[in-house]
Design a binder for this molecule. Sequence first.
Ligand SMILES: [Zn+2]
Length: 236
Amino acid sequence: MRLQQHEQLFQLSFLPNAFPVNCYIVEEESELTLIDAALPYSHKAILQTAKQLQKPITRIVLTHAHEDHIGSLDSLKAALPNAKVFISERDAMLMNHDMSLLPGEPQTPIKGGVPKTLKTRPDVLLHDGDRIGSLTAVSAPGHTPGSMAFLDTRNSCLIAGDAFQTRAGLAVAGKINLLFPFPAFGTWDKQTALESARKLRSLSPSLLATGHGAMLPNPSKQMDKAIAEAKAKLER
Ligand SMILES: [Zn+2]
């Protein structure tokens, strides 16, 4: 596991060189918020990092319900029974292995691995604009129907889940990057993902933190480029 820090944001990266899977710890005054739960064995490093920070993890917030973002959720919940679990109301359906589409959504199949045997149930169902400590929840569908990003109101760091990937060059969810195509393979609806990418760009984040790849400071120009590339690809 590789640990990197930017102000109150800690990135824990598993398999950083081969197949990077990230989760994040956001430090608050007296507690910690974990964003995503990475891989099945990741709880050990997550709990160890919290111990080093000498604050308790009181919230586990999920950007979406794909397996590589909730892998150690059951183990974490067992170790932290009082931590509250947050996910969008829409992706809570995927947590229950319900892949059905709602009326009004693009009727294209949901992709990527979702959990089959997850025991943990969410405590809080999130909607656009909800506050979680210093974070504001920003609905960013596309990669999954209920994907969410989280903006730290203290410093405008944006934890974007898989709405973007930073591995092998910044890309909007759904754009196949041949050097690391996996997030694109798991993306539900590219047009919706593009609209969400524009919405996230409009927040003018000071730093972009994604599920796969390094944290990117001052990302606006690169986000513009990635959005233009995704748009061109969709129009082709
Ligand atoms: Zn994903």
